[in-house]
Design a protein around this ligand. Structure first.
Ligand code: NAI
Ligand code: HPV
Length: 525
């Protein structure tokens, strides 16, 4: 039975979903890093929000962990690289809290424009400071959005409802999308110099860290107002403080901070700073959405291998998962076969999908095939990082798809090129959904692969098979299945033999020494 740990405050709906699906679940909120490291090894899944730091140290001891689910959007508290290295799927819920967070950004903008928190405090204190809190009107003001993705786009829409002019800086925003959203796409410097208010909505990455710094603040209009409901690390807090103190920045509304929980911060108690404690996603609706989504996604992954909203894995829908399953096995076998048979460094990999399989989602098939291919070279490769590892090793990977059926209704062919040679192998699924190897080096064969195989290439000469059978039999090695193929009579031939256990190295050498045998390899699946 799979076991999940929930380590941040999640709506109880999540627990219910896990339990309804037969997944055991523990809720332990507020664990210290050491405490998390001590228990994480027991779990298959970990569900978090932003408080739990899923560091490389945690991942290193998470022996059974298969999936980390982020009930929310930002995954900067998760070491995705380390998770990928261990084959752990990281998924988030990219839309569940975006409306709520956009609404918070608008609320913060309003609060900033009209000094609502400050005025609230002094009114409660019995002061009636009407003239102290004169604000600005938002109508016809220019709002500069940095990062115009899901949340930025909703903020743009709501701001347009307030009759603001919206400009956006986002290198990945297409001109067509900008037109659809009714925003003007500009470069960062132009945004800084034109905006009356700036709202941040990018993820925290190496490119965006500290994007609001002294130099960029200087490029802003005097009296600029800043809203940050994305990540604290986007703003250099010391630089913002200096610009607020000088009056160049008229105000800042901050939901997020460089260090959280932020119980102490240089911007606290500044008269022109409005703060909330990372409340962007904190509505009943959003919390219910993200909890349900994360629990469903994690359950589907753990129980059926469906991959939804993963940061580091190709998607596999709930409907696709059962259809892909036998193909995953076939793709892995083809990769593993060549990975073990091939010795030189690989330059190029071509994966052809023909017939029925070409109509399926082939990305996970390619990923698992590459895992099989690269595993004999390195232990650390897994389905999640295999495409990255291939790229790092300068292996050119291409996929070719043909809907047209050939001899087989469905076929995957793998061709691997090294400096020395080109090797190809093809496999299919028969009606029993079990993978069969149907071609090796252009020679037809029909073989199901078992855990221990002998792969022999030889000259097609009488007596060779008899000698091989006697050699194996004399040494107590039982043959489970025996498949043969040859190019032409008397030409190149191959044999794929399933044996009931591993073949000792000494006997393998005797097989290799048999007359007419060109090559013999023991393969493990
Ligand atoms: N305060 C809170 O409680 C919440 C905060 N967030 C934060 O908001 C962020 C944005 O969320 P979504 O809009 O859903 O993400 P998204 O991925 O839909 O949008 C992010 C946008 O930023 C853009 N971007 C990336 N690098 C950039 C760069 N160097 N310069 C300018 N733009 C860049 C991307 O192209 C993308 O369009 C999240 O990453 C998260 O950190 C999200 C939810 C709640
Ligand atoms: O979804 C996000 O990125 C958020 O920042 C929300 O954070 P939280 O789940 O409220 O800790």
């Amino acid at each position: 039975m799979s076991k999940v740990l929930i380590s941040d405050e999640l709506s109880p709906a999540a627990v219910q979903i896990f339990r309804d699906r037969g997944i055991e679940v523990d809720e332990k909120i507020g664990l210290k890093p050491k405490e998390l490291r001590e228990i994480i090894g027991r779990y298959d899944g970990l569900a978090v929000r932003s408080a739990t730091k899923v560091t490389a140290e945690v991942i290193a001891v998470a022996e059974n962990l298969k999936v980390v689910g982020r009930a929310g959007i930002g995954v900067d508290n998760i070491d995705v690289k380390a998770a990928t290295g261990r084959g752990i799927c990281v998924m988030n819920t990219p839309f569940g809290n975006s409306i709520t967070t956009a609404e918070h950004a608008i609320a913060m903008m309003m609060a900033l424009a009209r000094h609502i928190p400050q005025a609230d405090r002094t009114t409660h204190a019995g002061k009636w400071e009407k003239s102290r809190f004169v604000g600005i009107e938002l109508y016809a003001k220019t709002l500069g959005i940095i990062g115009c993705g899901n949340i930025g786009a909703i903020v743009a829409d709501r701001a347009q409802g307030l009759k603001m002019k919206v400009i956006a800086f986002d290198p990945f925003l297409s001109p067509e999308r900008a037109i659809d959203l009714g925003v003007e796409k500009v470069e960062l410097d132009e945004l800084l110099s034109r905006a009356d208010l700036i709202s941040l909505h990018t993820p925290l990455t190496e490119q965006t860290r500290g994007i609001i710094n002294a130099a960029n603040l200087k490029k802003c209009r005097p009296g600029i107002r800043l809203i940050n409901c994305a990540r604290g690390g986007l703003v250099v807090e010391e630089d913002l403080k200096a610009a607020l103190d000088s009056g160049h920045v008229a105000g800042a509304a901050l939901d997020v901070f460089q260090t959280e929980p932020a119980t102490d911060n240089i911007l606290f108690n500044h008269p022109n700073v409005v703060t909330t404690p990372h409340l962007g996603a904190a509505t009943m609706e959003a919390q219910l959405n993200v909890a349900i989504q994360v629990a469903e996604q994690m359950s589907e992954f753990l129980l059926h291998g469906a991959v939804t909203n993963a940061i580091n894995m190709p998607a596999v829908t709930v409907e696709e998962a059962p259809r892909l399953k036998p193909y995953m096995k076939l793709a892995e076998q083809l990769g593993t076969f060549v990975g073990q048979a091939e010795e030189g460094p690989i330059d190029r990999v071509i994966i052809e999908y023909e017939g029925h399989v070409a109509g399926l989602n082939t990305r996970p098939l390619t990923a698992i095939l590459l895992q099989g291919l690269l595993r004999p070279l390195m232990d650390s490769v897994n389905m999640v990082n295999a495409p990255i590892v291939a790229k790092e090793r300068n292996i050119e990977v291409s996929e070719v798809k043909t809907d047209r059926e050939g001899t087989y209704h469905t076929l995957i062919r793998l061709t691997v090129e090294t400096k020395k040679r080109k090797r190809d192998i093809a496999g299919t699924l028969f009606a029993d959904r079990r993978p069969r190897i149907v071609e090796i080096k252009g020679i037809e064969i029909e073989a199901a692969l078992g855990p221990h195989m002998l792969y022999i290439t030889n000259e097609d000469k009488p007596g060779m098979i008899g000698h091989l059978g006697s050699l194996l039999g004399d040494n107590g090695i039982n043959i489970a299945t025996f498949a043969l193929g040859r190019a032409v009579q008397g030409g190149d031939a191959i044999a794929l033999i399933e044996i009931d256990g591993p073949i000792p190295a000494k006997i393998l050498r005797q097989v290799q020494a048999l007359q007419h045998v060109r090559q013999a390899k023991a393969l493990i699946f």
